[in-house]
Design a protein around this ligand. Structure first.
Ligand SMILES: NC(=O)c1ccc[n+]([C@@H]2O[C@H](COP(=O)([O-])OP(=O)(O)OC[C@H]3O[C@@H](n4cnc5c(N)ncnc54)[C@H](O)[C@@H]3O)[C@@H](O)[C@H]2O)c1
Length: 344
């Protein structure tokens, strides 16, 4: 049976034959929430995974996390085999030498550069010179981590979204010393992991997604601060306008759809009116001071009863699942495939 979400394998083999790579295991170091979720993602995509626990406690909780995530993946309908089949293909160990045959090793430990640098030293002592080494860091610049690598050109950011096995997002970021060809090759390869990878060729703060989102946050909060619209209405606009086209068109195909001349005129008129603020909006300061965690603590931009918080979490989970399948349906369609979709 074919994996229900498996894409056509690309025949574009640049650095190393794809088949050879898929036969080799991939490695993970760090088995917290994200590390175990990524381990599950690789296992579900057909890889043997060597998962190294950098601290002994990881070995205690990782089997439970992995089983729970695989059962979740099963309920989403993305498993080809029973849960135990995937568990058998995952090696949990504290021994870094188990990584020696891996084609790729991903570091996924806490955001502490000293700890991460120590991990890179241990990985590089075991793997071959061609092994790709990645970090799942969300915030530390890739170029600054790269200085700890003996062979820095094989190192890059490979940033996943949670749950890693049920989201399409993957952000690949080059540091100043990353070999761009290697990053391009990982980007092609990541389609086999059922991802829609983005490749950021230069290590800019916030990577791509945070920069886009913070531009939107700034303008939305600016409109709210001036009393021109409520938070609820701003959220409605994002959900029912942007939400109706972003997942299928992105930004620039939308411009093409609306007509470049129109969009160009609007850009000219609107840019001078948009916020260029560099400070934190006043509405957020007290919430930051109180360390509010929104849905997770019952208060944030909105307030939540426990029941409402649970409903939002459930809705988001369900939506994530639906989007996982929907994005596959609309990705990379040729005109004849679009005709097929129209007739569904
Ligand atoms: N949680 C998310 O949604 C998310 C999303 C994207 C990226 N990330 C990134 O992924 C990485 C891991 O995040 P997480 O959410 O899995 O964290 P986590 O706290 O669940 O796990 C942290 C990992 O770090 C290891 N660790 C802790 N102290 C250590 C030490 N002294 N020496 C060696 N290892 C140690 C733990 O054993 C564990 O494996 C971070 O870089 C984080 O920024 C997290």
């Amino acid at each position: 049976m074919t994996h229900p979400l498996k894409r056509n394998q690309s025949t574009n083999e640049t650095l190393c034959p794809r088949k050879k790579v898929t036969e080799l295991p991939v490695g993970l170091v760090g088995l917290g929430l994200m590390g175990s979720s990524i381990t599950t993602a690789f296992a579900v995509s057909g890889y043997k995974v060597i998962a190294v626990a950098p601290v002994a406690q990881d070995l205690a909780h990782a089997p439970g996390y992995l089983k729970e995530q695989l059962i979740h993946a099963e309920t989403l309908g993305i498993l080809e085999h029973p849960v135990d089949y995937y568990l058998d293909r995952i090696t949990l160990t504290e021994d870094y030498s188990a990584l020696q045959d891996c084609s790729l090793v991903l570091e996924c430990v806490i955001e502490d550069r000293n700890i991460k640098s120590d991990i890179y030293r241990k990985i590089e002592a075991q793997v071959s010179e061609t092994t790709i080494i990645g970090t799942n860091t969300s915030a530390i610049p890739i170029s600054s981590l790269q200085q700890y690598l003996r062979i820095p050109d094989r190192f890059m950011g490979i940033h996943w979204a949670e749950p890693a096995y049920a989201t399409r997002f993957l952000e690949i970021t080059c540091g100043s010393k990353t070999d761009l060809r290697k990053a391009q090759w990982v980007s092609e390869w990541a389609e086999d992991w059922n991802k829609e990878p983005t490749l950021l060729q230069k290590d800019i703060r916030g990577f791509i997604t945070n920069r886009l989102m913070y531009a939107v946050y700034r303008e939305a909060l600016n409109i709210h601060e001036k009393g021109e619209a409520t938070l609820k209405d701003l959220d409605k606009a994002a959900r029912y306008d942007m939400g109706s086209w972003v997942p299928v068109m992105g930004i620039f195909r939308r411009m093409d759809y609306m007509g470049i001349a129109n969009e160009g005129e609007m850009v000219k008129k609107l840019l001078p009116l948009l916020s260029a603020a560099t400070h934190r909006p006043s509405i957020m300061q007290p919430m930051v001071d109180q360390k509010l965690r929104g849905i997770h603590s019952g208060a944030g931009m909105y307030s939540y009863t426990q029941e409402e918080a649970a409903q939002w979490k459930q809705a988001f989970n369900q939506f994530n699942r639906d989007m996982y399948f929907l994005s596959d349906k609309y990705s990379k369609k040729t005109s004849s495939e679009i005709e097929e979709i129209k007739s569904i």
